[in-house]
Design a protein. Sequence first.
Length: 161
Amino acid sequence: MTKILLILHVLAAVIAVGPVTVAGSMFPAAARKAAGAPDATEAVAAVRLLHRICRVYAVVGLAVPVFGFATAGSLHVLGTAWLIVSIVLTGVAALVLALLVLPAQENVLAGLAGTGSGVAAAARPEPARIKRLAMLTGVFNLLWATVTVLMIVRPGSTTGV
Protein backbone atom coordinates (compact mmCIF):
# COMPACT_ATOMS: atom_id res chain seq x y z
CA MET A 1 0.00 0.00 0.00
CA THR A 2 2.91 2.35 0.73
CA LYS A 3 4.18 2.10 -2.84
CA ILE A 4 0.74 2.86 -4.24
CA LEU A 5 0.43 5.92 -2.00
CA LEU A 6 3.91 7.06 -3.02
CA ILE A 7 3.06 6.62 -6.71
CA LEU A 8 -0.16 8.62 -6.26
CA HIS A 9 1.73 11.33 -4.36
CA VAL A 10 4.39 11.67 -7.07
CA LEU A 11 1.83 11.58 -9.89
CA ALA A 12 -0.27 14.23 -8.16
CA ALA A 13 2.82 16.42 -7.75
CA VAL A 14 3.87 16.06 -11.38
CA ILE A 15 0.38 16.43 -12.83
CA ALA A 16 -0.76 19.28 -10.57
CA VAL A 17 2.31 21.29 -9.64
CA GLY A 18 4.05 21.00 -13.01
CA PRO A 19 1.40 22.93 -14.95
CA VAL A 20 1.26 25.65 -12.30
CA THR A 21 5.02 26.18 -12.40
CA VAL A 22 5.12 26.24 -16.20
CA ALA A 23 2.00 28.37 -16.76
CA GLY A 24 2.96 30.65 -13.89
CA SER A 25 6.41 31.16 -15.37
CA MET A 26 4.96 31.89 -18.81
CA PHE A 27 2.38 34.37 -17.49
CA PRO A 28 4.65 37.45 -16.97
CA ALA A 29 6.17 37.25 -20.46
CA ALA A 30 2.75 36.75 -22.03
CA ALA A 31 1.39 39.69 -20.00
CA ARG A 32 4.26 41.92 -21.16
CA LYS A 33 3.53 40.93 -24.75
CA ALA A 34 -0.19 41.62 -24.33
CA ALA A 35 0.45 44.97 -22.65
CA GLY A 36 2.64 46.09 -25.55
CA ALA A 37 0.50 44.82 -28.41
CA PRO A 38 -1.63 47.32 -30.35
CA ASP A 39 -4.39 44.73 -30.84
CA ALA A 40 -3.99 42.44 -27.87
CA THR A 41 -7.14 40.32 -28.15
CA GLU A 42 -5.30 37.06 -28.80
CA ALA A 43 -2.47 37.91 -26.42
CA VAL A 44 -4.92 38.67 -23.62
CA ALA A 45 -6.72 35.39 -24.32
CA ALA A 46 -3.40 33.57 -23.90
CA VAL A 47 -2.75 35.35 -20.59
CA ARG A 48 -6.27 34.50 -19.42
CA LEU A 49 -5.68 30.83 -20.33
CA LEU A 50 -2.40 30.73 -18.38
CA HIS A 51 -4.17 32.19 -15.34
CA ARG A 52 -6.96 29.62 -15.62
CA ILE A 53 -4.37 26.82 -15.77
CA CYS A 54 -2.74 28.16 -12.60
CA ARG A 55 -6.07 28.46 -10.77
CA VAL A 56 -7.42 25.04 -11.73
CA TYR A 57 -4.21 23.11 -11.10
CA ALA A 58 -3.68 24.93 -7.79
CA VAL A 59 -6.91 23.33 -6.61
CA VAL A 60 -5.95 19.94 -8.08
CA GLY A 61 -2.63 20.35 -6.26
CA LEU A 62 -4.39 19.90 -2.93
CA ALA A 63 -4.11 16.17 -3.64
CA VAL A 64 -0.32 16.37 -3.30
CA PRO A 65 -0.19 16.92 0.49
CA VAL A 66 -3.13 14.56 1.01
CA PHE A 67 -1.25 11.70 -0.62
CA GLY A 68 1.98 12.94 0.93
CA PHE A 69 0.63 12.72 4.48
CA ALA A 70 -0.82 9.28 3.74
CA THR A 71 2.54 8.10 2.40
CA ALA A 72 4.48 9.59 5.31
CA GLY A 73 2.10 7.98 7.79
CA SER A 74 2.49 4.64 6.07
CA LEU A 75 6.29 4.99 6.20
CA HIS A 76 6.20 6.21 9.83
CA VAL A 77 8.33 9.26 8.99
CA LEU A 78 5.96 12.07 10.02
CA GLY A 79 8.37 13.33 12.68
CA THR A 80 11.55 13.41 10.60
CA ALA A 81 13.28 16.72 10.03
CA TRP A 82 13.41 16.51 6.22
CA LEU A 83 9.68 15.87 6.06
CA ILE A 84 8.79 18.64 8.52
CA VAL A 85 10.89 21.09 6.49
CA SER A 86 9.19 19.85 3.30
CA ILE A 87 5.75 20.31 4.86
CA VAL A 88 6.58 23.85 5.98
CA LEU A 89 8.00 24.77 2.56
CA THR A 90 4.96 23.27 0.84
CA GLY A 91 2.72 25.38 3.05
CA VAL A 92 4.75 28.50 2.27
CA ALA A 93 4.59 27.70 -1.47
CA ALA A 94 0.81 27.27 -1.24
CA LEU A 95 0.47 30.61 0.56
CA VAL A 96 2.70 32.36 -1.99
CA LEU A 97 0.56 30.95 -4.79
CA ALA A 98 -2.84 31.59 -3.20
CA LEU A 99 -2.15 34.96 -1.57
CA LEU A 100 0.43 36.55 -3.89
CA VAL A 101 0.77 34.95 -7.33
CA LEU A 102 -2.87 34.29 -8.24
CA PRO A 103 -4.14 37.70 -7.01
CA ALA A 104 -1.27 39.43 -8.85
CA GLN A 105 -2.20 37.56 -12.02
CA GLU A 106 -5.81 38.70 -11.57
CA ASN A 107 -4.66 42.32 -11.15
CA VAL A 108 -2.59 42.12 -14.33
CA LEU A 109 -5.53 40.56 -16.17
CA ALA A 110 -7.79 43.36 -14.96
CA GLY A 111 -5.35 45.87 -16.41
CA LEU A 112 -5.29 43.99 -19.70
CA ALA A 113 -9.06 43.46 -19.86
CA GLY A 114 -9.76 46.46 -22.06
CA THR A 115 -6.50 46.44 -24.03
CA GLY A 116 -8.03 44.80 -27.11
CA SER A 117 -10.90 47.29 -27.32
CA GLY A 118 -8.75 50.41 -27.55
CA VAL A 119 -8.38 51.35 -23.89
CA ALA A 120 -5.65 53.91 -23.29
CA ALA A 121 -2.16 52.76 -22.41
CA ALA A 122 -2.68 54.16 -18.89
CA ALA A 123 -5.09 51.28 -18.18
CA ARG A 124 -2.46 48.70 -19.02
CA PRO A 125 -0.60 47.00 -16.17
CA GLU A 126 2.57 48.72 -15.03
CA PRO A 127 5.81 46.94 -15.99
CA ALA A 128 6.87 46.98 -12.32
CA ARG A 129 3.74 45.01 -11.39
CA ILE A 130 4.55 42.36 -14.00
CA LYS A 131 8.18 42.20 -12.82
CA ARG A 132 7.01 41.70 -9.23
CA LEU A 133 4.72 38.91 -10.41
CA ALA A 134 7.66 37.25 -12.21
CA MET A 135 9.68 37.43 -8.98
CA LEU A 136 6.85 35.95 -6.90
CA THR A 137 6.40 33.14 -9.40
CA GLY A 138 10.14 32.47 -9.22
CA VAL A 139 9.92 32.25 -5.42
CA PHE A 140 7.03 29.77 -5.74
CA ASN A 141 9.06 27.68 -8.21
CA LEU A 142 12.17 27.72 -6.01
CA LEU A 143 10.14 26.57 -3.02
CA TRP A 144 8.78 23.63 -5.01
CA ALA A 145 12.23 22.80 -6.38
CA THR A 146 13.56 22.71 -2.81
CA VAL A 147 10.72 20.44 -1.68
CA THR A 148 11.42 18.15 -4.64
CA VAL A 149 15.09 17.88 -3.72
CA LEU A 150 14.20 17.15 -0.10
CA MET A 151 11.74 14.46 -1.20
CA ILE A 152 14.38 12.77 -3.34
CA VAL A 153 17.44 13.13 -1.10
CA ARG A 154 15.58 12.70 2.23
CA PRO A 155 18.55 13.61 4.46
CA GLY A 156 18.85 11.12 7.30
CA SER A 157 16.14 8.80 5.96
CA THR A 158 16.47 5.10 6.61
CA THR A 159 13.19 3.91 5.04
CA GLY A 160 14.79 2.43 1.95
CA VAL A 161 11.78 3.38 -0.19
